[in-house]
Write a protein that binds this ligand. Structure first.
Ligand code: PRX
Length: 659
C-alpha cells in the first residue's frame, strides 16, 4: 500500500529532478540558500574559470559547525538528542544538541588555548566516541582543517599523514574496546611521533579504556583536563565558502596516499541536501544510524556533516557487529528504534552468513529505509537486507533449542538506497531516491544521478556509450561537494582525475547503462582494491612488501571474495637473504610487515612465495593471471599465457595456490 508520505516523497523527488534539469547551478544555489545558513549570503554560484579547480558560492561566508549544531539550538531544538552513543561494553550516553554545543564550544576554546588557529591542521586519531564528532566540529568551528586518520592505520601510515598535512595537534584516546579487549591507540601515536622532525606540538588524549599509557611531559594533555576547564560558550567566526574544511587521505594507484581536500560551503550544501533526499530524512522523528567509522568519508559526510546539518538524531557505536554476540547491531536497532540504517554490503553478507535466526530475534519494525555504500551490493545480499532486516515486524520467538520463529513480516518492502560515491566526490552521486517505488528499484544498481549532477558512462574516447556494454563512469559538470585538490599537489589532482577524459572527472570505476538508462557499477578499472568497503591500493601494498629485505619482487591483486568483496593476494619473489627462512615463516613475517607499514586492514589474506612472476616479453606483470589463480582457477587462460616470456611460471603458481 502506498502511503501519503510516500506519495509526498515521490512528488518532492520529481520536483527536485525537474528543477535541477532546468538549470543545475540555480538548483544548487537554491538548495544552498534554503538549507544552509549563510552569514554573508553568496551572490556567485560557481567559478569554473580555472578548471578543474572549482569555487562554489565563493563570496559567501558560513560555518559548518554552526550549521551542524548552533542553528538547531537557536531554533529551539536544543533538547533533541543529537547522538546516542553506544559503547562496546554496553555503556551509553545520550547527547542533546544543547549539550553538544557546550561540548563543541569548550573543545574549540581548548584548541585555541593550545595555539590552534584558523587554517592550522589537526590530526584526529580516535575511535567512534562522542569526542570524535566533537573534535571534528570544534575544528570546523574555528576554521582548523581536520585530518581524521582511521584507527586501523599503523604508526607509519599515521606519521606520513601527519607530516603531509603538517598537523600541529593530534587528538587521540588511550584506546577503545574491541571484542571485549582493549584496542590501544596512544602507543601508536607515540610510535608515530618517536622520531623528531614532525610538526606536532600537542597530543590531546581522551580517556576511554583507562589502560596504562606512556606520557610525554609537555606534549601530552588529557582531553578532559584541557577541555572541561573551558567556558561552554565560544565566539563563532564565519569562514569563506572556500575555506578548507578537511583533508582525508585515500589510496590511489601509486604508493602514496592522496590528501583529498574538501572545503566548506559547497560540501556542506551537497551533504545536507543528499542526507535529506537519499534517506528521506525527517529530523523530528527519525533515528539515523550510519555504521561507518568516522575515519572514512562516509563518517564525515553521513554522520557528522550531512545528518547533523539537518538536525537529525543519530546512533554511533564503538564496537564490532559481533561483540559480545552476533546480534549486537540488531539489538541496537531495537534499543533506539533506528528508522534508517546505512551500512556496507560486506556487513550485510557477514550477517547473512551468520544466519537470519540472529536478526529474527529482534524487533526491527522501526526500520523504514536502508542504505548501502562502499561497493556494489549483490542482489542476493540486497534481497536479504530488505526481507530479513527491512521487513522484520517484531521479535520472533526464541525456542529452547535456540531456533527462532520469526515475527510477522511487513507486507510492504522498505526501500533500499544503494549509494555510489567516493572520498573525492564528498557526497552521494548516484542513488535511487526514495521516490522510486519498490517495484522500480533494481537490486545491484545505484541507478541514477542525484538531482543536479551530470553523470555519464563513456567509451575510451569520452563519448557517451550507445549500448549496454561496459564503459567508464565520469562526471561531466562540476558539483558542489567535489574535492578541490589533493593537499599540496595540484598537479596530481589534475593528472589523477581530469586528464583521462577531456573536461570530465574520471572516477576510476567501470560502469554500464541498462536498457532504461540506469547505471550499474562494475568495479574499479585501476589498481585500487575494495576490501570490506575499504579502499586500498595494490601499488601501496607492493611498495610495502618490496621495502622488506626478504622481498625481491611483489605483485598484489584483489581477488573476488564472497564476504569482503575483494581479498588481497600477494605473490612474492624472495631475495637471497631469505636462504634458510621457511616459506611459512616468510609469509607470516611479511603479513606483519604490511600491517605495521600500512595497517592491519591491508594484510594480505595469502602471500604465495614463488620463484618467478608471470611477465610479458616486455617485462609487464600479467596481473590478470594472478587474479585468476587467486580466485581459484585451476588453469591459466591460454591466450594470456601465450603472451608470457615464460609460460611455465604459471604452473608453479597454480600448484602453489592449490597447496
Ligand atoms: O569503486 C567505488 C566503490 O568505492 C569507491 C570509493 O571508495 P571510497 O573513496 O573509499 O568511498 C567509499 C564510500 C563512499 C568507488 O570508486 N563504491 C562506493 N560505493 C559504491 C561503490 N561501488 C559500487 N556501488 C556503490 N554503491
Amino acid at each position: 500500500m502506498v502511503t501519503t508520505h510516500e506519495i509526498a516523497t515521490q512528488q518532492r523527488a520529481q520536483e527536485l529532478y525537474a528543477q535541477a534539469d532546468k538549470n543545475h547551478l540555480d538548483y544548487w544555489a537554491s538548495r544552498s540558500r534554503t538549507e544552509v545558513h549563510w552569514d554573508t549570503p553568496f551572490t556567485e554560484i560557481l567559478d569554473w574559470s580555472n578548471p578543474p579547480f572549482a569555487r562554489w558560492f565563493a563570496d559567501g561566508t558560513t560555518n559548518a559547525c554552526y550549521n551542524a549544531v548552533d542553528r538547531h539550538v537557536a531554533a529551539g531544538n536544543g533538547d533533541r538528542v543529537a547522538l546516542y552513543f553506544e559503547g562496546e561494553p554496553g555503556d551509553s550516553q545520550a547527547v542533546t544538541y544543547a549539550e553538544l554545543l557546550d561540548r563543541v564550544s569548550q573543545t574549540a576554546n581548548a584548541l585555541e588555548a593550545l595555539g590552534v588557529t584558523k587554517g592550522d591542521r589537526v590530526a584526529i586519531y580516535l575511535p567512534m566516541l562522542v569526542e570524535a564528532v566533537v573534535s571534528i566540529l570544534a575544528c570546523a568551528r574555528i576554521g582548523a582543517v581536520h585530518s581524521v586518520v582511521f584507527g586501523g592505520f599503523s604508526a607509519e601510515a599515521l606519521r606520513s599523514r601527519i607530516d603531509d598535512a603538517e598537523a600541529k595537534v593530534v587528538i587521540t584516546a588511550d584506546g577503545s574496546y574491541r571484542r571485549g579487549k582493549p584496542n590501544m591507540l596512544k602507543p601508536i601515536v607515540d610510535d608515530a611521533l618517536a622520531n623528531n622532525g614532525h610538526t606536532v606540538e600537542h597530543v590531546l588524549v581522551v580517556q576511554r579504556n583507562g589502560e596504562d599509557i606512556n606520557w610525554v611531559q609537555g606534549r601530552d594533555r588529557w582531553f578532559h583536563d584541557v577541555v572541561d576547564a573551558q567556558p561552554t560558550t565560544h565566539e563563532l567566526v564565519w569562514h569563506e565558502a572556500e575555506h578548507p574544511l578537511f583533508i582525508l587521505y585515500t589510496s590511489g594507484t601509486t604508493g602514496t596516499p592522496k590528501g583529498i581536500l574538501h572545503t566548506t560551503g559547497g560540501y556542506l550544501t551537497q551533504v545536507t541536501a543528499t542526507a535529506r533526499d537519499t534517506f528521506d530524512l525527517q529530523p523530528e522523528t527519525d533515528v539515523f544510524w550510519c555504521t561507518a567509522d568516522v575515519g572514512w568519508v562516509t563518517g564525515h559526510s553521513y554522520i557528522v556533516y550531512g545528518p547533523m546539518s539537518n538536525g537529525a538524531t543519530q546512533v554511533i557505536y564503538e564496537g564490532t557487529p559481533d561483540a559480545p554476540h552476533r546480534g549486537r547491531w540488531w539489538e541496537i536497532v531495537e534499543k533506539y528504534g533506528v528508522t534508517i540504517l546505512y551500512t556496507a554490503p560486506t556487513a550485510i553478507r557477514a550477517a547473512m552468513k551468520w544466519g537470519r535466526d540472529i536478526a529474527d530475534r529482534y524487533d526491527l519494525s522501526s526500520l523504514r529505509l536502508l542504505g548501502s555504500v562502499g561497493e556494489a551490493i549483490n542482489p542476493e545480499a540486497w534481497y536479504w537486507y530488505r526481507e530479513v532486516i527491512g521487513q522484520n515486524n517484531g521479535a520472533g520467538t526464541v525456542h529452547e533449542d535456540g531456533t527462532v520463529t520469526p515475527g510477522p513480516r511487513q507486507t510492504d518492502p522498505v526501500a533500499i538506497a544503494d549509494t555510489w560515491w567516493q572520498t573525492e566526490t564528498g557526497a552521494h552521486i548516484l542513488t535511487p531516491l526514495p521516490a522510486l517505488t519498490a517495484e522500480q528499484l533494481k537490486p545491484g544498481s545505484a541507478q541514477r544521478a542525484v538531482p543536479g549532477i551530470a553523470v555519464d558512462v563513456v567509451d575510451e574516447e569520452g563519448n557517451t556509450m550507445q549500448d549496454t556494454s561496459q564503459g567508464f563512469l565520469v562526471i561531466r559538470e562540476p558539483w558542489p561537494a567535489m574535492a578541490r585538490t589533493i593537499w599540496g599537489d595540484n598537479q596530481r589532482f589534475v593528472d589523477t582525475y581530469w586528464s583521462r577524459f577531456d573536461g570530465m572527472y574520471f572516477a576510476g570505476d567501470g560502469a554500464r547503462f541498462d536498457e532504461d538508462g540506469d547505471i550499474w557499477l562494475l568495479g574499479r578499472v585501476d589498481d585500487v582494491m575494495n576490501v570490506s568497503g575499504h579502499r586500498l591500493s595494490t601499488t601501496e601494498i607492493e611498495s610495502a612488501l618490496v621495502a622488506h629485505p626478504l622481498v625481491a619482487e611483489a605483485a598484489v591483486v584483489g581477488a573476488a571474495d564472497e564476504t569482503t568483496g575483494q581479498a588481497i593476494y600477494a605473490f612474492v619473489i624472495l631475495t637471497e637473504e631469505s636462504d634458510g627462512v621457511a616459506p611459512d615463516e616468510a609469509e607470516a613475517n611479511l603479513r606483519e610487515h604490511v600491517a605495521s607499514h600500512i595497517g592491519p586492514i591491508a594484510k594480505p589474506r595469502r602471500i604465495l612465495i614463488t620463484s618467478d612472476l608471470p611477465k610479458t616479453r616486455s617485462g609487464k606483470i600479467m596481473r590478470r593471471l594472478l587474479k585468476d589463480a587467486a580466485e581459484g582457477k585451476t588453469q591459466a587462460d591460454t591466450t594470456a599465457l601465450a603472451t608470457l616470456a615464460d609460460p611455465a611460471v604459471m604452473e608453479e603458481i597454480l600448484n602453489g595456490m592449490r597447496g
